[in-house]
Design a protein around this ligand. Structure first.
Ligand code: ADP
Length: 355
């Protein structure tokens, strides 16, 4: 490998110390970590661009710079050093600062400090911790109910009580199984296991999604109406996932409606996009909860969700499905009046295969 500067050196000889330092400085400009090198007297020999951008972010500057300087000082006295620094300006972020002696530990010839922005890593760790804590709770609840029901059933002779308890055992077991299915779906979609998207007629997907709900709705005295869907509208989709996302919205609309209400599924086509809307006249969702309901395990009313057999994962799955189809999920709702959920997707121009 050659460059313009290499031609000035005699063949076989390396660049002089100053040129070498320049080359190293140039190379470190590409590093994603902030790097500062100081000599034994504390003079800065090198500080890359990433380090400057990490340390000069607002009022926290001085704090961060001082922390790096102190870390280098400790390293120059022969000690490794590591700390994390929480800064609150201009936005909340966390830096990890590590410093090491250079040369030898007894009499170091200098020190290097490495600076990383670990804010995103921290956020993901905290999301993962919350998820594991929530999941343990969600798994324990039906398991606790199952073991309690089994204990109560043990030694029970009254056929009426036995039949009631076995009925409840069955419904808790089904709830548990739905939870595991939803978890597996969520994990598959989150890890990118979504398969290829192929052109499919939206009318067929909608029909597949609402299949079976007419019975559930009429059992609860709820009218389920489906508006016309043009057979000319095709979307690029994973048919199974899209149908189950629409089904999830219909299921919720029925679950959170009172008897006598109605649920309407309709399709609106705009410029290059198509939205499948599910409107109900149910209990509605308070404004403050409307963004949070898409979080895993978030429920407005925990007791009602439990009573209806919900897993708290449905809308999180719907949001992921809409996103990987290049679309979005929307909600408008008024407490006591009802809600409208919509999955909006890009319309597919090519109508070749029906996957
Ligand atoms: P769940 O299994 O609890 O229904 P979801 O993720 O599907 O979980 O929904 C999250 C929460 O959003 C529900 O617990 C409920 O509080 C609220 N919600 C969802 N859909 C509706 C709706 N159509 N009407 C009123 N509340 C709803």
């Amino acid at each position: 490998m050659t460059d313009g500067g290499a031609g000035e050196q005699p063949a076989g000889a390396g660049p002089g110390p100053e040129r070498a330092l320049e080359l190293v400085a140039e190379a470190l400009a590409y590093a994603s970590q902030g790097i500062v090198v100081s000599d034994a007297q504390g003079r800065t020999l090198l500080s890359n661009a990433r380090c400057r951008s990490l340390l000069q972010t607002g009022d926290g500057d001085i704090l961060a710079e001082k922390a790096v300087e102190a870390a280098l000082q400790r390293a120059r006295s022969g000690e490794d050093h590591s700390e994390t620094l929480d800064l609150y300006s201009p936005t909340r972020h966390t830096l990890e600062i590590r410093a090491f002696p250079l040369g030898n530990r007894v009499e170091p010839r200098g020190a290097v400090a490495l600076v990383d922005d670990v804010s995103e890593l921290r956020r993901l760790e905290s999301v993962r911790r919350d998820f594991v804590a929530n999941l343990s709770h969600e798994l324990k609840t039906p398991l606790g109910a199952l073991s309690l029901l089994a204990e109560t059933l043990d030694g029970e002779d009254d056929p009426e009580v036995v039949s009631r308890l076995t009925g409840r055992l069955g419904s808790e077991a089904r709830r548990f199984s739905r939870l595991v299915d939803d978890l597996l779906d969520l994990s598959r979609i989150e890890s990118g296991g979504t398969g290829t998207l192929v052109p499919v007629p939206l009318a067929a997907v909608v029909a597949e999604a609402i299949e079976g709900f007419h019975e559930t709705a009429s059992a609860r005295d709820i009218e389920l109406a489906v508006g016309p869907v043009s057979t000319a509208t095709w979307v690029s989709a994973n048919r199974r996932d899209l149908a189950s996302a629409i089904a999830n919205l219909v299921d919720n609309a029925i679950k959170y409606s009172e008897p006598g209400g109605s649920v309407t599924v309709s399709v609106q086509e705009g410029q290059g996009t198509v939205c499948v809307s599910v409107r109900d006249q149910g209990i509605g969702i308070p404004r403050r909860d409307q963004e949070r309901i898409f979080e895993r395990f978030y429920r407005v009313d925990r007791a009602r969700s439990r009573w209806t057999g919900g897993t708290g994962l449905g809308l999180a799955i719907v949001r992921h499905v809409a996103a990987y189809h290049g679309g979005d999920v929307t909600v408008t709702s008024t407490e006591g009046e009802g809600s409208t959920f919509g999955i909006c997707l890009p319309v597919c121009q090519a109508r070749t295969t029906d996957g």
